[in-house]
Design a protein around this ligand. Structure first.
Ligand SMILES: *Cc1c(COP(=O)(O)O)cnc(C)c1O
Length: 351
């Protein structure tokens, strides 16, 4: 080993789902099958490219204000970043700076472990119960912070707000982060608790419910003090994380509440219909409240099924991880894409 190798910060990176370039039925990374709000398209068409000479506003003011209006909070309670991955990474760096372990579930968004390792943050992973439910008492012990998604990924299970609040209330001495990437498909958001708990940060994204994964916009809501700490860390890292095009398009998306709600309603309808189809095929699955379904089949090996679907150009996600290696995660696509998938599954299972 070369001498300098000893001082290199090494980390095993997060592995995102595949992004095939050929045309496939893409149900593997929880993107939204519908286009962004029409205002986004119009703004891009009319965009004045001369403005790209200039640096964007480092405070991302227009987007912060649009989100503050949308959630009826003060602008000082909103932080924006380059997708929620960037926001979450900043949160790990800023808020998880203790020698005590940060807590997150054993089965969850696998990026948490990567950030903890990258930043040398100790962590522990309490086990979800046998039904993949969060055990709230596991989060009562001394810790350096808590983070979990609600709904959780890849289990798709949503915990009612009283469970989330119980965990926040038992952890007033540390920061609790709720990653709500999928909450718009589920139920009540913890955003309504940010004025009650000054140790709470809620992180959200434009990638799933707002159909803008390619634009990279995420945000966090919390007390003005916590948001100030996040901005201090951001300005010490890169002042201009939000590019001008994202700022403009982000505002357009937030403005169109009606389109947003209609988009979500369509996905929920397809999800509930898809649960019935999966049941008919003999699949078992959690009661998904997200835009994906986490399913297993008692008679078919998940890895083989995943490979067979892929060979047909139908991409879903498979995790070779303990406890979930017999599950596939299927993103809820358009009704047509789902029908194509079910037609293949019926043929495959001779049903
Ligand atoms: C998709 C996802 C994110 C990241 O989304 P961005 O595209 O970076 O905004 C964060 N957390 C969870 C649980 C997710 O599933």
């Amino acid at each position: 080993m070369k001498e300098y190798e000893k001082n290199i910060r090494k980390v095993e990176p997060y592995v995102p789902g595949e992004q095939p370039r050929e045309k496939v039925i893409k149900l593997n990374t929880n993107e939204n099958p519908y286009p962004p709000a029409p205002g986004v398209r119009a703004a891009l068409k009319e965009m004045d490219t001369d403005m790209l000479r200039l640096y964007p506003d480092p405070t991302a003011d227009v987007l912060v204000k649009a989100l503050a209006d949308f959630y009826q909070v003060d602008s000082s309670q909103v932080f924006v970043g380059v997708g929620s991955d960037d926001v979450l990474s900043m949160c790990f760096l800023t808020f998880f700076n203790s020698r005590k372990p940060v807590l997150f579930p054993d089965i969850t968004y696998s990026f948490y472990k990567v950030w903890a390792e990258l930043y040398r943050i100790p962590y522990e992973c309490p086990k979800l119960d046998k039904d993949f439910r969060l055990v709230k008492e596991d989060y009562y012990k001394e810790n350096g912070g808590v983070i979990f998604p609600n709904p959780n990924a890849p289990t798709a299970l949503y915990e009612e707000l009283f469970v989330v609040e119980d965990i926040i209330a038992h952890n007033r001495d540390v920061i609790v982060i709720i990653d709500e990437a999928y909450v718009d498909f589920a139920g009540a958001s913890a955003i309504e608790l940010i004025n009650k708990y000054d140790n709470l940060i809620v992180v959200k994204t434009f990638s799933k419910a707002r159909s803008m994964a390619g634009m990279r916009i995420g945000y966090a809501l919390g007390s003005p003090a916590l948001i100030r700490y996040l901005n201090d860390a951001k300005y010490s890292f890169n002042s201009y994380t939000m590019n001008q095009i994202s700022l403009i398009c982000g505002v357009e998306a937030v403005k169109d509440k009606e389109y947003f709600e209609e988009n979500i309603r369509k996905i929920i309808d397809t999800r509930e219909w898809a649960k019935g189809e999966l049941k008919d095929l003999g699949f078992q699955f959690t009661d998904s409240k997200a835009n994906f379904i986490f399913a297993t089949h008692p008679e078919y090996d998940a890895c083989e099924l995943f490979e067979s679907m892929k060979a047909e150009g139908i991409y879903v996600r498979f995790f070779k991880s303990p406890r979930i290696e017999q599950y596939i995660r299927i993103t809820v696509g358009t009704r047509e894409d789902m029908q194509t998938m079910f037609a293949f599954l019926r043929k495959y299972m001779k049903k």
